[in-house]
Design a protein around this ligand. Structure first.
Ligand SMILES: NC(=O)c1ccc[n+]([C@@H]2O[C@H](COP(=O)([O-])OP(=O)(O)OC[C@H]3O[C@@H](n4cnc5c(N)ncnc54)[C@H](OP(=O)(O)O)[C@@H]3O)[C@@H](O)[C@H]2O)c1
Length: 260
């Protein structure tokens, strides 16, 4: 804990070294003049050790949760917000007198980050990947009335924790027709993330057009190979940096409302 801090917040995951959250919250806490609150990382390989961790740190009042615990932690919580229940994953925890409660601010972050870029023509979407972030993305697209198809390596999104989107196809089924009829593409896999900057999911970028908006939730590198190729076809592109900042700001708002 830093000098003067009487309570702390943190991020829980495994591995955790790559997390951008400490940097983001250092900035938020400093901008708010909150030197009574510190932010740190918790590398927790086994989610069964969550209770021991919270007992060992009684001044811990809030947590961000990242891969691989966003879903597994649900059973350790006393309450889960409606939105997080709908998504089936949490990324923000608040300590209450009854126990820990969970929220999902990825939903807020994703929605606020894409809204300025959406046009009427973006009425159908392809969502690449079927993990936790894809579930948040599907939830937002459904709220916005955008019809989404799930694209995965198996072509079967029900193999994940829940059914995603109105249909599910494999990458090999993404034909020119499919690309031309889905003007929003959202990439929700870790493929292409630093240090594997040259990697890309097998998505046929040659059929993208200037009408397309391609969103990659990855924020390092700032431009993945997928976004570079999409930009090369004239598509509008957006990385995950805005979503990351917005979900952190929303988490801080939740913590402040809870009395942090
Ligand atoms: N910007 C933000 O604020 C933000 C927030 C959350 C997540 N993210 C980023 O989003 C990405 C995904 O996060 P997540 O939490 O959803 O991860 P996840 O739960 O581990 O899911 C990733 C999905 O990616 C697909 N996948 C994994 N390895 C693959 C491979 N080698 N080839 C093709 N597909 C593969 C899998 O889908 P299939 O098996 O169905 O193909 C899997 O379900 C990460 O890079 C993360 O950093 C960013």
């Amino acid at each position: 804990m830093s000098d003067g801090a009487s309570k702390f917040l943190g991020v829980l995951g495994h591995p955790i070294g790559h997390s951008q959250s400490p940097r983001l919250f250092k900035r938020i806490l400093s901008a708010e003049g909150r030197d009574d609150v510190a932010y740190r990382t918790f590398d927790l390989p086994n989610i069964e050790d969550f209770h021991t961790l919270t007992q060992d740190h009684p001044n811990l009042v809030g947590l961000n949760v990242t891969v691989p615990h966003k879903q597994a932690i649900l059973s350790s919580l006393v309450r889960v917000s409606e939105e997080a229940q709908a998504v089936g994953a949490v990324n923000t925890l608040v300590k209450t007198p009854q126990g820990w409660e969970g929220h999902n601010t990825d939903v807020w972050g994703f929605q606020r980050s894409i809204q300025p870029f959406l046009a009427n023509r973006h009425e159908r979407a392809l969502v690449l990947g079927t993990g936790g972030s894809a579930a948040a993305v599907h939830h937002v697209l459904a709220k916005l009335g955008i019809d989404a198809i799930s694209v995965s390596r198996t072509g079967d999104s029900t193999k994940g924790t829940r059914a995603l989107g109105r249909a599910s196809i494999g990458y090999h089924e993404v034909s020119e027709w499919v690309v031309r009829h889905h003007l929003l593409v959202v990439h929700c896999t870790p493929v292409g993330m630093h240090p594997h900057d040259g990697d890309m999911v097998p998505f046929p970028t040659s059929w993208l057009t200037p009408e397309h908006l391609v969103v990659d939730l990855i924020y390092t590198p700032a431009e993945t190979r997928l976004l570079r190729e999409a930009r090369g076809r004239g598509a509008a592109v957006l990385n995950g940096a805005d979503m990351l900042r917005l979900q952190a700001e929303k988490a801080w708002e939740i913590w402040k409302t809870s009395g942090v």
